[in-house]
Design a protein around this ligand. Structure first.
Ligand code: SF4
Ligand code: MG
Length: 336
């Protein structure tokens, strides 16, 4: 199939004077052209660090990609110079964040900012760039775009700012859009509208999207495939509907339970799984989830389970891959 991005065995460390935090511990996945893939996990799971690595924006030092490769259209992004990477970031890989104010400059009118990006990336004169900017604001659902062009970011509501940021991110016609918690700060109605908008634009422009989120609801809404990360590792990797119908990893079960039973406030925190993620400064032996896993056995504390394809397109990293295998073991243990 037509793969746009292939991340292979990616390892990212953050080094301080006294310790090394292994933020990403060998992650492999691919993104196809025109596909939306979700990366789900709690904060500290390595999902944002993975995205930041793809963008070439790991702060170095203290951060460093210490292993693996990031192949984008056959080029290894980890081997490019800062200058080459900047060019790719502006033209081919774009990003949107939770807080639009990190990308919008508060002292310039929204219209000017958008026009600048279009002038630069689409190589057109100012007048044409302005015309396209208005079109772009219209496309992302901003009413009265001509008037809105003249306003400053603080005059926009949160949802409108997020729309403006999406307009800016898409103005360079990226092949890949990385969205890190793009709707987390918005209320539920606006969140649904923004996700709908992204889905719509994605189809129109055939952009690939990596959607970073702690919210499985967002995944069901927009993603075709999903990666579940825990403590710097991928624990499950499959189609979004498979993850819903037949989740295989105990961590995923916990994630599902916590989101089904959780109220808006506790969303994204694992209320149903006691304990904390492991300290990423320590040497990890065995399964990263072992300390919290209700099914853990001796082997889990000694050997790291590899990510294995259990059914077509469905991978999981657990020594006891299928639910039935695990339940059998549990029952066997109780009876014996
Ligand atoms: Fe639980 Fe063991 Fe599977 Fe890890 S490998 S998820 S500890 S059963
Ligand atoms: Mg994050």
């Amino acid at each position: 199939e037509d793969v746009l991005l292939r991340v292979k065995d990616l390892e990212v460390h953050f080094r301080t004077s006294s310790s090394v935090v292994k933020a990403v511990g060998g992650v492999t996945f691919d993104v196809k052209r025109g596909e939306t893939i979700g990366i789900v996990g709690e904060s500290g799971s390595g999902k944002s660090v993975t995205a930041t690595s793809i963008l070439g924006l790991i702060p170095s030092p203290p951060g460093k990609i210490v292993g693996g490769s990031i192949l984008y259209e056959g080029k290894d992004l980890t081997k490019l110079s800062n200058k080459e990477m900047r060019r790719i970031r502006g033209n081919e890989i774009s990003m949107i964040f939770q807080d639009p104010m990190t990308s919008l400059n508060p002292v310039f009118k929204v219209g000017n900012q958008l026009t600048e990006v279009i002038k630069l990336h689409q190589k057109v004169k100012k007048k044409e760039a302005e015309r396209r900017a208005v079109e772009m604001l219209r496309l992302v659902g901003i009413p009265e775009p001509e008037r809105r062009m003249q306003e400053y970011p603080h005059e926009f509501s949160g949802g409108m700012r997020q729309r403006a940021m999406i307009a800016i991110a898409l103005s360079c016609n990226p092949k890949l859009l990385i969205a890190d918690e793009p709707t987390t700060a918005l209320d539920v109605t606006v969140q649904a509208q923004i996700l709908e908008l992204m889905k719509d634009l994605q189809q129109k422009m055939n952009t690939s999207i990596i959607m970073i989120t702690h919210d499985l609801g967002v995944v069901w809404e927009v993603c075709k495939r999903v990666i579940v990360m825990y403590a710097g590792n991928i624990v499950e990797y499959t189609f979004a509907d498979q993850l819903y119908d037949n989740p295989l990893h105990p961590y995923t079960w916990g994630l599902l339970n916590s989101q089904v039973t959780g109220n808006a406030k506790s969303r994204g925190t694992l209320i149903s799984i006691p304990g904390n993620p492991p300290d990423l400064r320590e040497e990890m032996v065995g399964c990263p989830f072992a300390a919290r896993c209700p099914y853990a056995e001796e082997k889990c504390f000694k050997e790291k389970p590899p990510l294995i394809e259990v059914e077509p397109g469905h991978l999981t990293a657990c020594h006891f891959q299928t639910k039935s295998a695990r339940l059998e073991r549990k029952e066997g243990g109780q009876n014996g």
